[in-house]
Design a protein around this ligand. Sequence first.
Ligand code: NAP
Length: 306
Amino acid sequence: MHNVVIIGSGCAGLTAAIYAARANLKPLVIDGREQGGQLALTTHVENYPGFPDGILGPELIENMRKQAQRFGAEFKAGAVNEVDLTHRPFKITAGKDTYEAKALIVAAGATARLLGLAGEHDLIGRGLSTCATCDGYFFREKAIAVVGGGDSAMEEANFLTRYASKVYLIHRRKEFRASKIMIDRVRANPKVEVVIPAIVEEIHAPNGHVTGVRVRNPEGQESTEIALDGVFVAIGHDPNSTVFKGQLEMDSNGYLISNHGSLTSVPGVFVAGDVQDHRYRQAVTAAGSGCMAALDAEKFLEGHTD
Ligand code: NAP
């Protein structure tokens, strides 16, 4: 029986773990499919307070993990595949292991979207990637594309010019969703060629590895072939909330609904980070909400000593 189980080891889950551990609650953190969450897949973080020169995402998340461990947080690898939140103690199952918890913090994050093209999933690791930090190194002196028009696409396009000989930034509309400073950086980068408006119709991989893409201009309908070795898909994320369907209140996109801080529709279950946030989605807001969830869980446990 655990006082607090935390689902997710991104910066929301780890901040919750630091606070819960310092409150002597000995939290158990279940890592989830992507240990470290999205920070583990990112590059330079320039807007996390306290690091005037920036810090690498993986380094920042590793520091948070060590900090939580220092105060007694316990970690288990694995992804949660079932929960029973109908009564306390809550039951959380990850693979063959089931854990019982007096309070639960859901910090399960969000997962990168794919384009939905045939065979796309099979090309992950064969020229297709959703993580520039993880895979950029494999594309030294190669031509690649980044697909998307948000801040992630801009950030990845810029970052990938460190390795790639050329980066095509392909976006389906003429207007970008990204912030102006990020767009300006991309436009000023001589290695980036912006291809807009353009929809990726097909990723060519005749021998099982990406060799090019065909894009269509949605206005003129003409198609263009681009020869390249890699495609980085940066088109947003989906909340990892499937396992909570029917048990926790969520919106039509699957984001969990939080009230009065981190409270969910089930007393004793708290939520933090990107699984409940489609608006801010920043490391610092995720960390802040993780802190809130731990404080709310601590207060809940004070009033429920059973
Ligand atoms: P996003 O802002 O939701 O942008 C997703 C982009 O992908 C949009 O341009 C969208 O096109 C496009 N898209 C979505 N589905 C598509 C599809 N099926 N085919 C082709 N294109 C598709 O996601 P994000 O860029 O990952 O950013 C998420 C949040 O994190 C944002 O709040 C962002 O500001 C923040 N962020 C901040 C930083 C930073 O400040 N350093 C870095 C990364 C992310 P449309 O525009 O046409 O819808």
